[in-house]
Design a protein around this ligand. Structure first.
Ligand code: MTE
Length: 361
C-alpha cells in the first residue's frame, strides 16, 4: 500500500476565518452527567471571536518575530519564564529510533518541525494555537500508564515504557487535515494501534474503541478552567477503524519523543479523519459494545460527527471543507483542494461501503 502524491501540493497561507468553538449562540446547551445518571443542562461558554487568536494575526506576529530576529518559539511567553523558554527553544527531546515505513507514508514535502510543534490544537492548554507550546510543559508526563480495558479478554495497565517496546517503532509520514481547514505533513513515530488491541484480545462484544485523554488540574492544564469541552477530552473509533493498519499509536515526531504540546507521551493518529479524532496524551483505551459519546459530538452534534472522515463534499455548517491551507510558507498562496478521506481512500473507503457519508459525517 503506497500513498504517493504525484504532484507536490503548493504551500499556501490564505487566512481561514474559523476556529472550532462556536462563537454564536447556536451551540446552546450541553448535557452533563452527574452521579451516574442525573442529567443537568450546563450552558456552554460563549467564546468571543476576540478571545481566539485569528490565524492571520498568529502568522503576522510570527513573521514579525522572525523579521526581528527572534525565534518563533518566543511567541507570547505568558507566565513562562525566559529561562524555561530558552530550554524549550533548544528542542532537546530524546531521540526515538525508528525505521521508515515507506509503504504507509505519503511522498510530500514535510511541514517544518517548528510549525508542527508550535501551531497546535490542545484545548486543555487554551484555545490559541500558541497556547499548547507555551503551557504544555506544565503537564505531568512521568510516571505515565495507559489502561486498556472494557470488552477485552486481558485488561491491562501498561507502563508507557512497556508500550514503547510492544512493537517496532516506525516512522510514517502522514497528512493531518484539521476540521478548521488547515493541513500539515508530519513524520510521526509509533506503530499500528492493532498491536495493543491484539495484545488484550477484544471480546466478541467489542464494536468500538474509546480514547480517554489525560485530565490534570488547572495548574497543569490551565485550559480546563473553562468548560469549553466536557473534560477529559474523549474520542472514539469503530473497532474496524481502530484495527486498520493506518491507525497509529504515536510516541514521537521528527525523530524524537513527542513534545507535550503534540500529545506526549502517547497519542493517536488517524490520517483519513479530521485531526480532532486523534486524541492526545491518552490514559485509557476502552473497548465497548456501544458507540462512545465523544467530546466534540457532545459539544456541538450538528457540527461534529462521530465519523469525521475528511470529506470535501460535506461542508461544516459554518465553512466549506472543499479546500485547505498547508501550514507554513508564504502568506496568501492559493488554497488547495481537499481530497476525499484526505487522500487515503484507496486504503479505507471499503470501511464505509454502503454508508451515507453525508449522514454519518
Ligand atoms: N487531544 C486533546 N486531548 N485535546 C485537544 O484539544 N485537539 C485535536 C487533536 N487532539 C485535541 C486533541 C485537534 S482539533 C487536532 S487538529 C489535533 O489534535 C492537532 O494535533 P497537533 O496539534 O499535534 O497538530
Amino acid at each position: 500500500m503506497r500513498f504517493a502524491m504525484p504532484t507536490e501540493l503548493k504551500i499556501n497561507t490564505a487566512v481561514t476565518a474559523s476556529c472550532k468553538p462556536n462563537t454564536s449562540a447556536a451551540v446552546g446547551q450541553r448535557l452533563h452527567f452527574l452521579d451516574g445518571n442525573i442529567m443537568r443542562h450546563t450552558p456552554l461558554p460563549r467564546i468571543l471571536p476576540s478571545e481566539i487568536t485569528d490565524e492571520h494575526l498568529w502568522t503576522t506576529r510570527r513573521e514579525w518575530l522572525q523579521r526581528a530576529g527572534l525565534t518563533a518559539l518566543a511567541v507570547g511567553t505568558g507566565s513562562l519564564g525566559t529561562a524555561a523558554y530558552a530550554a524549550k527553544a533548544e528542542n532537546n527531546r530524546a531521540v526515538l529510533p525508528a525505521t521508515r515505513n515507506a509503504q504507509l507514508s505519503v511522498d510530500e514535502t514535510l511541514t517544518a518541525e517548528e510549525d508542527v510543534i508550535s501551531y497546535n490544537n490542545f484545548y486543555e492548554f487554551g484555545t490559541d494555537k500558541s497556547d499548547p507550546e507555551r503551557r504544555a510543559h506544565r503537564m505531568e508526563t512521568e510516571p505515565w500508564t495507559v489502561r486498556v480495558e472494557g470488552e477485552v479478554l486481558h485488561p491491562r495497565t501498561y507502563d508507557i515504557d512497556d508500550l514503547r517496546k510492544l512493537a517496532a517503532m516506525e516512522e510514517r509520514i502522514y497528512r493531518l487535515r484539521c476540521v478548521e481547514g488547515w493541513s500539515m505533513v508530519i513524520p510521526w513515530i509509533g506503530y499500528s494501534l492493532s498491536h495493543v488491541l491484539n495484545d488484550v484480545q477484544p471480546t466478541g462484544n467489542a464494536k468500538y474503541v474509546e480514547f480517554i485523554t489525560a485530565q490534570q488540574g488547572p495548574n497543569h492544564m490551565p485550559g480546563v478552567r473553562r468548560p469549553i469541552l466536557d473534560w477529559p477530552y474523549t474520542e472514539g473509533l469503530r473497532l474496524d477503524e481502530a484495527m486498520h493498519p493506518l491507525t497509529m499509536l504515536v510516541f514521537g515526531v521528527y525523530g524524537k519523543l513527542l513534545p507535550n504540546q503534540n500529545g506526549a507521551p502517547m497519542r493517536v493518529a488517524v490520517p483519513w479523519k479530521y485531526g480532532f479524532k486523534s486524541g492526545k496524551s491518552i490514559v485509557t483505551i476502552r473497548l465497548r459494545s456501544d458507540e462512545p459519546q465523544t467530546s466534540w459530538v457532545k459539544a456541538a452534534p450538528h457540527e461534529y460527527g462521530f465519523y469525521a472522515n475528511v470529506n470535501p463534499e460535506v461542508p461544516h455548517p459554518r465553512w466549506s471543507q472543499a479546500t485547505e491551507r498547508r501550514i507554513g510558507g508564504r502568506l496568501f498562496g492559493p488554497r488547495t483542494p481537499t481530497q476525499m478521506f484526505n487522500g487515503y481512500g484507496e486504503a479505507v473507503a471499503s470501511l464505509y461501503a454502503g454508508m451515507d457519508l453525508a449522514r454519518y459525517y
